[in-house]
Design a protein around this ligand. Sequence first.
Ligand code: GLC
Length: 544
Amino acid sequence: MYQIYPRSFADSNGDGVGDLNGITRHLDHLQRLGVTVVWLSPHFDSPNADNGYDIRDYRKVLAQFGTMTDFDRMLAAMKKRGMRLIIDLVVNHTSDEHRWFVEAKKGASNPYRDYYIWRPGKAGAGIASSAPNNYPSFFGGSAWTQARPGDDYYLHYFAVKQPDLNWDNRKVRSEIYDLMRFWLDKGVSGFRMDVIPFISKDPAFPDLTTDQLQHPDRVYADGPRVHDYLKEMRREVLSKYDTMTVGEAVGVTPEKGPLFTDQTRGELDMIFRFEGVNIGRDGWRTKAWSLPVLKRFYTDLDISAGTSGWNTSFIGNHDKARAIDALGDGSPASAKALATMMLTLRGTPFLYQGDEIGMTNYPWTDIGQFDDIAARNLWRDQVLSGKVAPAELLPELAKTSRDNARTPMQWTAGTAAGFTTGKPWLPVNPNHATVNVAAEAADPGSVLAYYRRMLALRQTTPALIYGAFHDVDPAHPQVFAYTRIMGANRYLVVINFSARPVGYTLPAGITPRAVAITTAVSTGTTLPNGTLALAPWQASVYRM
Ligand code: GLC
């Protein structure tokens, strides 16, 4: 799977914003890489309060991205190459400019009122806030806003401009199932489902406890009817088509994950769990992390899939800082090490655009450079309110901001990295002089060349796709070593997760025989007595 963030992938008409024709032009790159399915981040009509995750019209293409004809042409071009397309299903909320909400906010008697969630405010002397309860929004402040003074409050887990839909209303669910059929009938093959665990709410809206306030997402992800709705969606829509689905499982705990993906339950095919990619951060702050904890997460995740579930494997997306900086050290060697891990864990890999060339975080120096609503609201709430000094927040934001993943794709060393002939909507990373598709395609030692080789190996090696996963050395602080075994086909993956070389002695009984792929310059790295001499960030896959 390959995720495209359309705003930042390729601009075909010089307006500085990526578009669908830009994607169609670059499909050769994806094919050469070995991509078989594309996940397209939202391409729908939207006022872009949250870059398309606030949808105004689910059946219309965002004008900046092109037309429905462009969409059809892109889809046909993908199919011609044997690729499938899944699109983003953002149905926990709409834009406040969606026709349903424009109607709903007219008043309590409007037929669309009950498409959203309204509650009266609290009244009385001495109360801290008149919002119906203490739910916080992910983008700062309360999750409740009054459409106008004197009116009830509507719920929005995200921005004020992203009102949450009322899934308990059967009409809302029918509308959503209809729009899913609209796109499936066009030939898309499924959906990545935005914050899908949040769709069901506890209608009593009890206040969160102090503990729960540390992780409101866990409460939001545990509504009383989420599994009923997902089963209904499968029964009424998905089961009628040849589809795949992947849910963004924000707030889903390890114990609850399988409820979404166990195939015997008929809900989703896969989910994204975020403990791995979030390991080095605490909200907007970075934090120290250790390899054994990361390894433990991957083992738990693997166990949770059981025999009737299936996992995803990913190191980045449009909401995270660049993997190479968050989990690696910014070097191409660390990009290859992470590629090896992502492509050999047991789960369907989701590669985020730009990671295949080792794109890094942007060198931000000023809050004015950021576009993301999350960054701008954070600045407002923390810095402008005087809680945190600018000099404390800016360097952390530079490392954790979602905008790091959203700077334009780097195609060439030329102007604006070949992304646009105009002025790019977000700055282009100056390192595009060397980190770009054209240069790396010509260099057999590049991150891109390695991704191509690693993907080819994976796709021709069933044991690396389906084989049992076993961490052979969970406590080692520097090396991640695991086996993938399917019958007589036995593979060993060894990754040095650090910039320091290491002489690594494998546990007894684990014997590598031949190198299947390695990031090392020379493969003659086995020392006598079975110790592997691993270079900084070296990753190797061995046949056993
Ligand atoms: C998901 C999306 C993110 C968006 C949010 C609200 O987390 O990935 O980009 O801001 O949902 O739709």
